[in-house]
Design a protein around this ligand. Structure first.
Ligand code: ADP
Ligand code: MG
Length: 257
């Protein structure tokens, strides 16, 4: 940064983006599903990714978590490029939480076990410490009283809040949400969005794929609009919804609003 025109010595980490994608490309056979994706996510930033079905939003999330490989380009988390595999990948992946449309909870484990398994097996926490923190996090998402139940005994909204608590239990640097409310009955959407809005206010770095435009307006620092594997437009929520620049975004918004 500069003060009165003079460069000051800032620790690089304070200003460097937390997630950087640089010219990321991916194909599924003939299909060019991610095309020269450039994206930087700052610490504490909430980015909402919007776009038509099939535009590559899920593939992008999965690539950032290396659940999918990429063909070219670089994805870096907190300054470290993601390796293709190995122990360093497991460590970096722990920094990136992921919340899926279908919750992906462990069906044969209790709610509390779902939240403590990762911290105990991956982070090496003691069972006691993991349970203490797990109960705190379940309280934070409003389901502290469900700790001993199994996922199937919970509503969809409650299950998704367990998934969010489970992600938080790993102390991730960033959480990716891929359509976290799309599988929910309408009356349960807000209880999940409220938890996400609170996380955003608390400063969590979040990348959220969603069709919930109210959430995007309320919580996003930036809207990224994708179509056909490309980032077509990046904008503030006010300008994206009020004055979109691209024709693709205009016609998409005309259909959904
Ligand atoms: P979105 O999440 O925006 O709906 P996706 O990232 O799921 O889009 O998919 C982008 C495109 O890639 C779609 O055309 C989809 O059919 C295709 N696709 C996704 N996953 C695979 C896969 N594992 N194999 C082949 N094609 C895939
Ligand atoms: Mg998707």
């Amino acid at each position: 940064m500069t003060v009165h025109g003079v460069a000051t010595e800032e620790p690089a980490a304070a200003e460097a983006p937390l997630v950087v994608l640089d010219k990321v490309n991916k194909h599924y056979g003939e299909l060019h599903v991610l095309r020269d994706i450039d994206l930087s996510v700052q610490r504490g930033e909430v980015i909402v990714i919007i776009g038509p079905s099939g535009s590559g939003k899920s593939t992008l999330c999965r690539a950032i978590n290396r659940l999918e490989s990429i063909d070219s380009g670089v994805i870096a988390i907190d300054g470290t490029p993601l390796p293709a595999e190995g122990r360093q990948l497991a460590r970096l992946r722990a920094d990136v939480g992921m919340v899926f449309q279908n919750f992906n909870l462990f069906a044969h484990k209790t709610v509390l076990e779902n939240v403590t398994l990762g911290p105990v097996t991956v982070l090496g926490k003691s069972k006691d410490a993991a349970e203490r923190r797990g109960r705190e996090l379940l309280d934070r998402v409003g389901i502290g009283n469900q700790a001993d139940k199994y996922p199937a005994q919970l509503s969809g909204g409650q299950q998704q809040r367990v998934a969010i608590a489970r992600s938080l239990a790993m102390d991730p640097k960033v959480i990716l949400f891929d359509e976290p409310t799309s599988a929910l009955d309408p009356e349960m959407v807000n209880e999940v969005l409220d938890v996400m809005t609170a996380l955003a206010r608390d400063g969590m770095t979040m990348l959220v794929v969603t069709h919930e435009m109210g959430f995007a307006r309320r919580a996003a620092d930036r809207v990224v609009f994708m179509a056909d594997g490309q980032i077509v437009e990046e904008n503030t929520p006010d300008d994206f919804f009020g004055a979109p620049r691209s024709e693709r975004a205009k016609s998409f918004l005309a259909k959904i609003l």
